[in-house]
Design a protein around this ligand. Structure first.
Ligand SMILES: NC(=O)c1ccc[n+]([C@@H]2O[C@H](COP(=O)([O-])OP(=O)(O)OC[C@H]3O[C@@H](n4cnc5c(N)ncnc54)[C@H](OP(=O)(O)O)[C@@H]3O)[C@@H](O)[C@H]2O)c1
Length: 429
């Protein structure tokens, strides 16, 4: 049996685990695919840093490797936009199926890459790009293809989940918890992509595209990170039986002018009874609500060499089987073509806590500001009295613009000494 030859682009955290697992599981992979699967070459930037890779496999000429005559399949685990995009396109256009773990590229350019793959009749799979080891994209694309997905809510960034979990456990502030995460290797030296929500936004775009059969890019995603989450926010959440999580929320919103897709990444309070609240440390989980299936939860390791390599290998087996069968699998569709809904028009709920002066009528003044912006209050509680009085308000759902305008107005009210905590709330009945 002629082996299927794989070009491995990148041999870092994920690539080195892929290389090892392909070798270790050679016999099983052969049996599962129907032909042996062999790594034909490994492209890296600095070959001298890779003593673990047989020297004859290493190359710095990634493009040459991708287009080599004997290469059948390409695994891209370099990351970033370029040269990954050009290499993937070169692979597709020369008839090779591609497996990638590159969320940034798929969220930015998924439409063009899928179009190129469909034109060339090859596969483009990227299960590892969202939530690492967790089987999620194929269930959305295939298992739920007969259902109507209403909402996908995920904890899709392990670094920020670790930081927020530690803040809840220890009462630490954001900087202290970030320093601990960095020391333990849960956060990169430059944590911007994780902490500011870029990574989660890319994953949100990919999830929304698949769930709602529409082209959603990272630019369509409203993004807020966790660096402004304070120990007070976390404590306030605990007071109402909630915990703070960075969520990627993708939902189909009905409107007078038709349905649209709202995708947002921001920290939010969720009830401790919600299944996502129990997701601690660097774990990931995604909660899916579908018309017929009801509620589903996917949970597991969202990063790390071996867990991510598991998802890459699952895709590799799938595209290799398709190659053996002489056909490409069906790609994702974007037939619904739903427009992206701006955050200003997206319905959300807020939890607000205010330090207020101990003067008569303060509650009425505050309530008037909410009413003026057509935001209805679900609960209000006063803690303390005198100079230490705090009002804690949870709103009903209202367009986000109305809620943020209310907060801006409250900051100008003389009886409000300070707006001490503002966070969105999800999952409260
Ligand atoms: N790490 C995770 O837990 C995880 C989880 C899910 C998804 N992913 C995704 O998987 C991909 C890879 O991540 P990673 O953590 O494995 O990255 P990494 O450890 O930084 O490895 C990147 C690899 O790409 C190689 N490379 C960089 N530029 C290159 C170029 N121009 N030509 C050829 N090779 C080049 C590097 O070579 P040198 O080694 O010679 O520098 C390195 O081997 C990314 O898209 C990432 O988002 C990662």
């Amino acid at each position: 049996m002629n082996p299927l030859k794989v070009a491995l682009l990148g041999c870092g955290t994920v690539g080195s685990a892929v290389l090892r697992l392909v070798e270790e599981q050679a016999a099983d992979l052969t049996a599962r695919v129907g032909r042996p699967v062999q790594v034909a070459g490994v492209a890296v930037r600095r070959p001298d840093r890779h003593p673990e890779v047989p020297a004859h496999l290493l190359t710095t000429d990634a493009l040459g490797l991708v287009t080599r005559d004997d290469v059948d399949l390409v695994v891209e685990v370099i990351g970033g936009l370029e040269p990954a995009r050009s290499l993937i396109l070169a692979a597709i256009e020369s008839g090779r199926s591609v497996v990638s773990a590159n969320k940034a590229l798929l969220a930015e350019d998924g439409v063009a890459l899928h179009a190129a793959a469909a034109k060339a009749g090859v596969d483009l799979y990227y299960e590892a790009a969202v939530a690492g080891a967790i089987p999620l994209l194929r269930p959305l694309r295939e298992s739920l293809a007969g259902d109507q997905i209403r909402r996908v809510v995920g904890i899709v960034n392990g670094t920020t989940n670790y930081i927020l979990s530690r803040m809840a456990e220890t009462g630490a502030g954001f900087s202290e918890a970030l320093a601990e995460a960095t020391e333990l290797g849960y956060a990169e030296a430059d944590p911007t992509a994780d902490v500011d929500g870029f990574d989660a936004a890319a994953k949100g775009a990919i999830l929304a595209s698949l769930a709602f059969h529409s082209a959603v890019t990272a630019a369509d995603v409203h993004r807020e990170g966790i660096s402004s989450v304070t120990a007070t926010d976390v404590a306030r959440a605990a007071e109402i039986g909630c915990t703070v999580k960075l969520l990627a929320i993708c939902e189909r919103v009905a409107g007078e002018d038709g349905d649209s897709v709202a995708v947002r990444v921001h920290p939010a309070m969720i009830p401790t009874a919600h299944p996502l609240a129990a997701v601690g440390g660097a774990f990931n989980a995604v909660f899916v609500e579908a018309e017929a299936a009801g509620q589903l939860m996917f949970y597991g390791q969202g990063a790390g060499g071996e867990p991510t390599a598991s998802a890459v290998l699952g895709d590799l087996v799938a595209v290799a089987r398709n190659r053996v069968a002489g056909a490409a699998g069906a790609g994702p569709s974007a037939y619904a073509d739903l427009p992206a809904r701006p955050i200003a028009e997206t319905p959300t709920r807020y939890h607000v806590s205010l330090d207020v002066a101990d003067v008569p009528g303060v509650l009425a003044t505050v309530a008037t500001e909410f009413a003026r912006h057509e935001v209805s209050i679900a609960t209000v509680r006063q803690d303390g009295h005198g100079d230490a009085a705090t009002l804690v308000i949870v709103t009903h759902s209202a367009p986000d613009a109305a809620l943020s305008a209310t907060i801006a107005a409250l900051r100008e009210v003389p009886a409000v000494r300070g707006v001490t905590s503002v966070l969105r709330v999800e999952g409260l009945s």
